[in-house]
Design a protein around this ligand. Sequence first.
Ligand code: FAD
Length: 395
Amino acid sequence: SSIPKIVILGAGYGGILTAQRLQKELNYNEADVTLVNRHDYHYITTHLHMPAAGTDSIEHARVPISKLIDEFKIDLVKSAVKDIRPHEKKVILEDGTLSYDVLVIGLGGEPETFGIPGMREHALTIRSINSVRLIREHIEYQFACYKNDSKASRMNFVVGGAGFSGVEFVSELADRLPRLCKEFDVDPGVVHLYNVEAAPTALPGFDKELVEYAMKVLKNKGVSLRIGVPIKECLPEGVIIGDGEHIEASTVVWTGGIRGNRLVEQAGFEVTRGRVAVDEYLRAPGFDNIFIIGDSSLIMSAEGRPYPPTAQMAMQQGVNCAKNISLLIRGKSLEKFRFNHKGTVASLGKGEAIAVVNGKKWKGWKAAQLKKAVDIRYLYKIGGIPLVIQKGRFF
Ligand code: FAD
């Protein structure tokens, strides 16, 4: 047929926003839209540190995609992408092939281990519902084992990386560990939680005063901070840090870096740490019909520094991308993407957070309320009031 085929890969923050906006903007029979995702649910990645630590349920962090899109307008394909072939205009799935006229790549990122020996093999990572289940069950299992074998390393927990997700996760875990001690009759004195960061400061790029506040909160929760100390190697039982100190630990969670999805590099696009420097319309260089959004794309700020990959960025890209696809198939000129940085909020466990919004700083309980507001706003944006009622956390 002459109807253009639009294929969206990934139903994360970027992909869902693209699909929802296209559904609104396109007229009946103006295009065929297909959304491909590995799972039949969308996960709220910015929540994953909570179910990972066990302070919230997994069901609060995922939503069936069928609730978010109109399946009369968009075909949902539950499958894993195996290969993207830009020159053939084809995508190879684990169980079939799709051809497209316009492609959107929103496959998210994956952990970057910077070649640290053993990290890929031995550390756990927070990246999906399945990986989060593993972390949660692994931690509980260590408590159960400890009551049987008294192995000290079972009660040592290492979080590698003190960027946003590292700090958010370590805060939640610090809240959870005392509760696990009670549940499993373990003396809290034998439990140690370490947060190791190679950079000279935690939360690089964040306001200095707020970083200091965050560090104080973490210390009060009993976290041992090792800032400016690189992890040299990850072992089956712990890590080697700095100049050779061995922290014996049965649990190592790596949050130290994100790179683009390897499928993007495999497709032959030019990448930096797996991410493609897209043009001002979010297209892959040399391809008028391929948009790359979210954690696999690279956008430079006016100061010439790459923006960190965030949900906020992916969502705004999704909106612009949908707009540009409708302009493209109508033969009109595209609109440039401009990132509007609204602010940053990082949670520090129950009732604690830090935030910079419109240049104003917040900390403590007020910042924690802001975090909730941001979360609820997202649920409202993608699923309206019903989703807010179903998945929102108000307390
Ligand atoms: P994702 O949201 O990761 O979605 C990618 C989708 O593609 C997923 O549905 C996945 O299943 C699917 N997929 C992947 N590979 C395949 C494949 N081969 N085949 C089929 N489907 C596939 N950002 C913020 O702005 N604020 C925060 O507070 C914040 N907190 C965070 C906390 C944690 C613990 C983490 C890990 C991240 C946080 N982020 C935060 C970052 C944010 O989550 C990401 O930047 C954002 O999710 C990127 O969106 P995306 O659309 O690129 O990819």
